[in-house]
Design a protein around this ligand. Structure first.
Ligand SMILES: Nc1nc2c(c(=O)[nH]1)N[C@H]1C(S)=C(S)[C@@H](COP(=O)(O)OP(=O)(O)OC[C@H]3O[C@@H](n4cnc5c(=O)[nH]c(N)nc54)[C@H](O)[C@@H]3O)O[C@H]1N2
Ligand SMILES: Nc1nc2c(c(=O)[nH]1)N[C@H]1C(S)=C(S)[C@@H](COP(=O)(O)OP(=O)(O)OC[C@H]3O[C@@H](n4cnc5c(=O)[nH]c(N)nc54)[C@H](O)[C@@H]3O)O[C@H]1N2
Ligand code: SF4
Ligand SMILES: [Mo]
Length: 696
C-alpha cells in the first residue's frame, strides 16, 4: 500500500510517498514537482527500510539491574519502566525540588507539537529546565532575525534574480530547497556563495567568497559599508521602515573592504562585487544557514547578514525573503503553571530564554555546568530525548563526565547510543514512520501537513507523544493530558485554525491557511518593539549588548582556542553534512557506509606538503580539549591553513568524535553558543606501527 507522510530522518521534513507491505516499509520516495530526471535522491530515504527495521532497533524498555549505572541491562515491560521513571520524577522532586530534574531535547523527532507536550509536562511538574539544542542549531540565528525584523524569513527563490547563500549547503541538507535553488539557476538567477569550503553549490556559483571560518560578521559589515557608501540601498524602505540607519552607517565605516579583506582571507574587489551584485540584483533572496551557527559570534554575525536584506528592500517581497505567516495554533506549553520563583539553569541568558513565545530554553551548555559545577544549582536527574549529547555537544568529553555524574538518567531513543551507555533507563522510541505528529515547520509557515503513521511500531517501541502522555498520567496530570490519542491533542492545538486531523488526512499533500501575502509590514509594521527593522536595537543596548552588530569594530578572534594558536596553528572546520547521515545517526547502516570506510580530514595539497602527509594516511588532530584520528584526503576545496573534519562519526568510531576537540568555555553572551564549528588545532603524524593497530 502507498501512503503519504513527512520524513523526519533529518530536519528537512520532506513530503514522501512510502510503500508498506505486511507492516514493513519497503520503499520510500520524496515527492517533488520536478520531472523525474531532475530529482535528486536522498540516500537516507533510500535506506529508510534498513534504518526502520535495523536489527539494532530497541524493541523493549531496558532497566539496569539493581538500578545502578554499572548494572547489566534487563528487559522490562512498559508498566514497570514508566513506573521507575515516574518514581524518579517524584523522589528527586521531593528531595531536591522539581528544578533538580531536567529534560534535554535533541533535534530528532521534531520541534513541533511533540516538543510542546514535553514543555507542558515539565511546566506542570514544576521544573523550568526543558532545554533544546538551539544554541548550536538555528535558534540563535533565529533570534537574530527576530531582533532585527520580528521573525525568521524564508527565501522565495522561485522568483529571485539573485541568490546569496551564506553558510548553507542545501544540496546535502535540504533537497526541496536545493531543487528550488537549482531551478532558479536554470532560469538564470545569479548565485553568490559565502562558504570556507568549495561545496557543490560554491562550484556552481558566479561568485564564491571563501571566507575565513567564523569571520562572517566583518564580511557582512564590509558589504553593508559598500552598499551604503555606493548609494546602492533602497532609500525609501530605509527611510520609512528602519531604525538606526545612521548608527549602522557609522559602525560599518570601520569595515572598508580594503581593510577587512586580508583579515577574512578575501580580496577587496570580490567583497565589493558581492555587495554590488546582491544590492542591484533585486529581487534577491538571502539563504543563511548553519555555517553561521556554532560560532561564538553567531548572534551579531547573523544580525549583520539580516541587515543586508533590509537595506536592499528585499524583505517580504516576491523573489526576496518572506516574513512567515504562522498558522494560528494554541500554545500548549502551560508556562503559567510554573511556580513564579522557578529559576531555569539557563538564567544567565535571559534574552535568549525569552525571545520567542513558544521556543522555550535552548542554552544547552548550561546542562553540564549544572551537573558538574552546580552552576547555578545542581541538576540531578535528566531525561534525554531524541539526542545524543555524548557525541553532539561541544566539549563532549566534559559532557560525558557530566552524564556519568547524574544520579538518574533516562534516555528515549530508537537505538542504544554513546549517551545511553550512561543511562539507568532506556525507553525504545518509534521511528518517524511509526507515529503521527505535527512538525514545527507546519506551525511556523502556513502550510500544514501531517506526519502520519504509516507503519506499526517496531517491537514494543512507542511514539514520543505516548511516552510523555503516559508519564503524565502516572504523575497525576490527567487533567492536563486528557487526550486518548495524539489526534485529539493535535485537533486541540490546531483548533484556532479550524483545521483537523481528519482534514489533513483528506489532504495528505497539506493545507494552506490563506494565501501567501507579501509586504505585510505595510499594514501591521514589523514585529519588533519599534515596529520597524531595528538596525540599531534599543532592547539590546538597554541590556548592555551592542545595539549595532560589531559596533566595537574588530572583536577577539572568534575561532576557539585563539589564545593558544601558537601551539595550534591550523583552523579545524566541523565538516559539512554528508547526505547519507544525520549527525551521529546511521553510520551503522550497511546500505549507507562503504566497507572499511573511515572518517576523513580534508587538507589542501600545499598544506599537506608542508605537513608532510600523504593521501590515505591516518593522522591525529589535537586541540587543548582532546584528539581524534582520521584519514587524510588531499583536496583543494578547503583553504590552506584549514582542516575540514568529517562530522558525526563519534557514535561508531570513538576515536573520531569531533566534539572531543571542541570548546565550550567561551560562549556567546546572549545565546550561549560556543565555536564548535571552527577551532584552532594541530595535526600530528602517527607512527606507522601505532597507526596499523587502530581500526574503526
Ligand atoms: N562539532 C559539531 N557539533 C554539532 C554539529 C556539527 O555540525 N558539528 N551540529 C549541531 C547541530 S545543528 C545539531 S541540531 C545537533 C544535533 O544533535 P543531536 O540531536 O544529539 O543529534 P543526532 O545525532 O541526530 O541524535 C539524535 C538521536 O535521536 C534519535 N532519534 C531519531 N528519531 C527519533 C525519534 O523519533 N524519537 C526519539 N526519541 N529519538 C529519535 C537518534 O537515534 C539519535 O540517537 O548537533 C550539534 N553539534
Ligand atoms: N544530510 C543531513 N542533512 C541534515 C542534517 C544532517 O545531519 N545530515 N542536519 C539537519 C540540521 S539539524 C541542520 S541544523 C541543517 C543544517 O544545514 P546547513 O545549514 O546546510 O548546514 P551545514 O551543511 O552544516 O553547513 C552549511 C555550510 O556552512 C559552511 N561553513 C562552515 N563554516 C562556516 C563559516 O565560518 N562561515 C560560513 N559562511 N560558512 C561556513 C559549511 O562548509 C557548509 O557548506 O541540516 C539538516 N539536514
Ligand atoms: S532530506 Fe532525506 S532524510 Fe531528510 S527529511 Fe528529506 S527525505 Fe528524509
Ligand atoms: Mo541543527
Amino acid at each position: 500500500m502507498k501512503k503519504t507522510t513527512v520524513c523526519r530522518l533529518c530536519s528537512a521534513c520532506c513530503p514522501v510517498s512510502v510503500e508498506v507491505v505486511d507492516g514493513r516499509l519497503v520503499s520510500a520516495r520524496r515527492q517533488s514537482p520536478l520531472p523525474e530526471e531532475r530529482q535528486r535522491v536522498c540516500p537516507k530515504l533510500s535506506a529508510a527500510a534498513a534504518i526502520t527495521h535495523a536489527p539494532e532497533r530497541l524493541r523493549r524498555p531496558l532497566l539496569r539491574e539493581g538500578g545502578r549505572r554499572d548494572g547489566a541491562w534487563r528487559e522490562a515491560d512498559w508498566d514497570e519502566a514508566l513506573a521507575v521513571v515516574a518514581e524518579g520524577f517524584r523522589s528527586f522532586g521531593d528531595r531536591y525540588g522539581a528544578s533538580s530534574v531536567g529534560w534535554l531535547r535533541g533535534m530528532a523527532a521534531d520541534w513541533g507539537a511533540p516538543w510542546d507536550y514535553v514543555n507542558r509536562f515539565m511546566n506542570v511538574y514544576g521544573s523550568p529546565n526543558t532545554i533544546g539544542n538551539g544554541s548550536v542549531c538555528h535558534v540563535a540565528r533565529e533570534m537574530a532575525h527576530q531582533y532585527t525584523y520580528g521573525a525568521m524569513t524564508m527565501p522565495q527563490v522561485a522568483e529571485s534574480r539573485c541568490m546569496l547563500i551564506w553558510g548553507k549547503n542545501d544540496l546535502n541538507t535540504n533537497p526541496p530547497a536545493a531543487d528550488a535553488i537549482l531551478e532558479a539557476r536554470r532560469r538564470g538567477a545569479v548565485l553568490i556563495v559565502v562558504d570556507p569550503v568549495r561545496t557543490a553549490l560554491a562550484e556552481e556559483a558566479d561568485l564564491w567568497l571563501q571566507v575565513k571560518p567564523g569571520h562572517d560578521g566583518p564580511l557582512a559589515m564590509a558589504m553593508i559599508h559598500e552598499i551604503i557608501q555606493q548609494g546602492l540601498y533602497d532609500e525609501a524602505f530605509v527611510r520609512d521602515w528602519t531604525l538606526g540607519f545612521e548608527e549602522l552607517r557609522q559602525a560599518a565605516a570601520a569595515f572598508p573592504a580594503e581593510q577587512v579583506a586580508a583579515r577574512v582571507w578575501l580580496n577587496p574587489e570580490d567583497i565589493r562585487r558581492a555587495a554590488r551584485i546582491y544590492a542591484t540584483g533585486s529581487p534577491a533572496s538571502l539563504i543563511d544557514g548553519n555555517g553561521l551557527d556554532m560560532q561564538q559570534h553567531v548572534f551579531d554575525d547573523t544580525r549583520a547578514v539580516c541587515m543586508l536584506r533590509a537595506l536592499t528592500g528585499n524583505l517580504d517581497r516576491p523573489g526576496g525573503d518572506l516574513l512567515p505567516q504562522p498558522l494560528p495554533a494554541a500554545n500548549m506549553q502551560l508556562r503559567e503553571r510554573l511556580p513564579a520563583d522557578a529559576r531555569p539553569i539557563t538564567e544567565a541568558y535571559p534574552l535568549f530564554n525569552g525571545f520567542h513565545h513558544n521556543w522555550g530554553l535552548h542554552a544547552q551548555s548550561c546542562i553540564p555546568d549544572a551537573i558538574l559545577d552546580g552552576t547555578p544549582y545542581p541538576l540531578r536527574m535528566l531525561v534525554v530525548q531524541a539526542g545524543n549529547p555524548a557525541v553532539t555537544m561541544a566539549d563532549s568529553r566534559r559532557v560525558r563526565r557530566a552524564l556519568a555524574q547524574l544520579e538518574f538518567l533516562v534516555v528515549i531513543d530508537p537505538f542504544a547510543t554513546r549517551t545511553s551507555e550512561f543511562a539507568h533507563v532506556l525507553l525504545p522510541a518509534c521511528g518517524c514512520f511509526e507515529k503521527t505528529q505535527l512538525n514545527r515547520a507546519s506551525l511556523r509557515h502556513n502550510r500544514v501537513m501531517l506526519q502520519d503513521q504509516v507503519l506499526p511500531p517496531v517491537g514494543e517501541s512507542r511514539p514520543d507523544w505516548w511516552i510523555v502522555f503516559e508519564l503524565a498520567r502516572r504523575l497525576g496530570m490527567e487533567r492536563d493530558f486528557p487526550w486518548e490519542s495524539v489526534e485529539q491533542a493535535i485537533d486541540d492545538q490546531l483548533q484556532p485554525s479550524g483545521i483537523t486531523v481528519a482534514d489533513l488526512r483528506a489532504h495528505p499533500g497539506g493545507i494552506s491557511f490563506g494565501d501567501t501575502r507579501f509586504y505585510k509590514y505595510r499594514e501591521q509594521g514589523f514585529a519588533t518593539l519599534s515596529q520597524k527593522v531595528e538596525l540599531f536595537s534599543p532592547r539590546l543596548a538597554a541590556a548592555g549588548f551592542p545595539g549595532i552588530p560589531c559596533e566595537a569594530g574588530w572583536k577577539q578572534d572568534p575561532v576557539s582556542f585563539a589564545e593558544q594558536r601558537d601551539g595550534y596553528p591550523l583552523i579545524g572546520i566541523s565538516g559539512p553534512r554528508d547526505n547519507r547521515f544525520t549527525h551521529s545517526q546511521f553510520h551503522r547502516i550497511a546500505d549507507l557506509v562503504q566497507e572499511g570506510e573511515q572518517p576523513e580530514v580534508r587538507i589542501h595539497p600545499r598544506e599537506a606538503g608542508r605537513l608532510a602527509v600523504t593521501d590515505g594516511e591516518r593522522v591525529k588532530i589535537v586541540t587543548p580539549r582532546g584528539e581524534v584520528r582520521m584519514r587524510v584526503h588531499i583536496w583543494d576545496g578547503v583553504a590552506e591553513g584549514c582542516l575540514l573534519l568529517d562530522w558525526g562519526w563519534g557514535e561508531t568510531d570513538p576515536e573520531a568524535n569531533l566534539n572531543d576537540l571542541t570548546d565550550d568555555e567561551r560562549r556567546n553572551p546572549v545565546t550561549a553558543t560556543p565555536s564548535s564549528r571552527s577551532f584552532y588545532c594541530q595535526l600530528l603524524k602517527e607512527p606507522p606501527a601505532a597507526a596499523a593497530t587502530i581500526t574503526a
